[in-house]
Design a protein around this ligand. Structure first.
Ligand code: ZN
Length: 104
């Protein structure tokens, strides 16, 4: 399979991201502090965790999409114009779905 090495790297990254999502989920279900003065800080931490979790979920989705494209043999092809995405762009952003011209 083409891009085998990249697929391995993406799978490892996906495992990290999923572990992070699980940790954030875990933190989210902790009860708030019984002390009112500490609850504001708890809620702030919760909001931070949630926005981070949303980002991690988006990254996981992008990695899964890239792995699917590798599997189907259409990885590295711009989904808008069909041109090959420059290798330098893929190296910097392995989950890129569009060439530089179409992404702009
Ligand atoms: Zn394009």
């Amino acid at each position: 399979m083409k891009h085998q090495q990249l697929a391995d790297t993406l799978r490892a990254r996906l495992a990290d991201v999923q572990a992070d999502i699980a940790r954030l989920e875990e933190a989210t279900i902790q009860p708030l502090s019984p002390n009112f003065s500490e609850q504001a800080g708890d809620l702030e931490a919760l909001a931070t965790n949630e926005s981070r979790e949303v980002q991690q979920i988006q990254e996981a989705e992008q990695i899964l999409a890239a792995l699917t494209r590798i599997e189907h043999g259409d990885y590295g092809v711009c989904d808008k114009c069909g041109a090959d995405i420059a290798p330098g762009r893929l190296a910097a952003l392995p989950t890129a779905t569009r060439c530089i011209a179409c992404a702009a």
